[in-house]
Design a protein around this ligand. Structure first.
Ligand code: UDX
Ligand code: UDX
Ligand code: ADP
Length: 459
């Protein structure tokens, strides 16, 4: 029986290795983490992350061939294949601050593997890492290996998107496996390919060189984010000219060379990957003495910041140039629908902007915890401002009571079907609604009496 250990029970490691267990009854999967509370949650009825379909997968195999534990060393010793799925946040200080990935967690997990392994292992880099991280991992493993133990390193980047993680894993567009093109590297590549072959068609399992695989992950995210920044740049032109960004996206998307996906204008992209990976690519370009390339990619992130500030300014302008002491209701705090994750969510930037303008803010999100909202906002703003100006409300109607404006920042489906007559009746007049996700029926809202403002559209 093949034994797999996954180090890191987060958004990536948890769903990925749970699906491996689900699809491979002959593989034993142990997911370990240093965080006891997180592991307890994975072992409970209330999993630590929300993903549609994840409960079914975990409950079907937990205790059979899927285990969650804090016994990191034991799981390393027993495993044949080890996934490293720890966090790689952007560095906050020191060299490369704000751009480079902090590889401290990857390094410490790698050192642990080298210290405790008593037999040869295939070590798989799953976390998103800068190009050539595998080289550092290999150096650490080889320098610390003992008794003739062999370590082969593979890159197997994750392409799942949050909110659709389970279907993305069940039916991936492709599985990438990078390795050194040595006989041993290729053998290790085949061992991992055999695991995926339990449910992924062979032609979708792509093998390539280690550095191509590492760079492909950053490249795919950069290209996707670039499309959003491109359509968002066009949304500014639409607002200035009377063109409609949805119509423009539709017309362009019909060209099969362009295609319709990732052309939805928005208040700005968020999530743990896009910004981080692009900044990583920027940093990599600079390190390689390619400043023009760095500037090119940096502009994708700058455009995203511009989109958020442009939308905030539009809100203030429409509310007669001041929101001081006005009541602003925020619908949606997660970085996109069907997830409780708020990392890099546009809502964090917008709410902080409203705070600085001294508005009173009530926030409603169907899945994000109160504590998370508090932590995200107070990372940038003083706790007193949070206490005084912000309320987290668990009912959308309650949240909108007495509001001057509603601002939609996440595209949750439930926002489309709320009773807006009822909401309108309880709001201050004129009642404004700002759709940062282009999901509401503006005509219907105008008929009710709302003043409606939508990204990339005038009237
Ligand atoms: C373009 C548009 O494709 C067409 O829809 C529009 O009506 C007119 O402009 P054209 O300029 O004739 O057509 O050629 P196109 O095939 O788009 O190529 C433009 C340039 O991009 C060429 O130099 C081509 O070599 C280059 N190209 C295209 C690449 O370098 N890589 C590619 O993947 C595709
Ligand atoms: C992304 C990549 O899609 C995934 O392949 C990678 O492995 C991890 O990063 P994720 O961050 O979960 O996944 O979400 P994604 O669906 O890509 O959305 C990212 C952000 O872009 C969200 O804030 C979303 O609302 C926004 N977005 C997406 C748009 O504004 N418009 C679009 O058309 C698509
Ligand atoms: P991602 O979105 O990349 O999955 P998360 O932050 O959700 O990131 O998850 C990463 C997990 O890895 C965290 O739960 C963290 O506690 C865990 N982790 C980090 N370093 C180690 C380590 N050395 N050993 C075990 N777990 C670790």
């Amino acid at each position: 029986m093949t034994k797999i250990c996954c180090i890191g029970a987060g958004y990536v490691g948890g769903p990925t290795c749970a699906v491996i267990a689900y699809k491979c009854p002959n593989v034993q999967v142990t997911i370990v983490d240093l965080n006891q509370a997180r592991i307890d949650a994975w072992n409970s009825g209330n999993l630590p992350i929300y993903e549609p379909g994840l409960d079914e997968v975990v409950f079907a195999c937990r205790g059979k061939n899927l285990f969650f534990s804090t016994e990191v060393d034991k799981a390393i010793v027993e495993a044949d294949l080890i996934f490293v799925s720890v966090n790689t946040p952007t560095k906050k200080s020191g060299i490369g601050a704000g751009f480079a990935a902090d590889l401290a967690y990857v390094e410490s997990a790698t050192r642990r593997i080298a210290q405790v392994a008593t037999s040869s292992k295939i070590v798989i880099e799953k976390s998103t890492v800068p190009c050539r991280t595998a080289e550092s991992m290999r150096t650490i493993l080889e320098a610390n290996s003992h008794d003739g133990i062999r370590f082969d390193i593979l890159s197997n980047p994750e392409f799942l998107a949050e909110g659709t993680a389970v279907p993305d894993l069940m039916k991936p567009d492709r599985v990438l496996i990078g390795s050194l093109q040595t006989p041993e590297g290729i053998k290790a590549q085949q061992a991992l390919a055999a695991v995926y072959a339990n449910w992924v068609p062979k032609e979708k399992i792509i093998t390539m060189n280690l550095w191509s695989s590492e760079l492909s992950k950053l490249a795919a995210n950069a290209l996707l984010a670039q499309r959003i920044s491109s359509i968002n740049a066009l949304s500014a032109i639409c607002e200035a000219t009377g063109a409609d960004v949805d119509e423009v996206a539709y017309a362009c998307g019909l060209d099969t060379r362009i295609g319709p996906k990732f052309l939805k204008a928005s208040v700005g992209f968020g999530g743990s990957c896009f910004q981080k990976d692009i900044l990583n690519l920027v940093y990599l370009s600079e390190s390689l003495h390619l400043p023009e390339v760095a500037a090119y990619w940096k502009q994708v992130v700058d455009m995203n910041e511009y989109q958020k500030s442009r939308f905030s300014q539009r809100i203030v302008k429409r509310l007669f140039n001041t929101i001081t002491n006005k009541n602003i209701t925020v619908f949606g705090f997660a970085f996109k629908k069907n997830t409780g994750d708020t990392r890099e969510s546009a809502a964090i930037t917008l709410v902080n902007y409203f705070l600085q303008e001294r508005a009173n803010i009530s926030i409603y999100d169907p899945k994000v915890d109160d504590d998370q909202i508090r932590a995200d906002i107070t990372e940038l703003a003083p706790v007193e401002a949070f206490e005084k100006q912000i309320k987290v409300v668990h009912d959308p109607y309650q949240a909108a009571k007495g509001a001057d404006a509603i601002v939609v920042l996440t595209e949750w489906d439930e926002f489309k079907t709320l009773n807006y007559e009822q909401i309108y009746a309880g709001m201050n007049k004129p009642a404004f609604i700002f759709d940062g996700r282009l999901i509401l029926d503006s005509k219907k809202l105008r008929d009710i009496g709302f003043q409606v403002e939508v990204i990339g559209k005038t009237l």
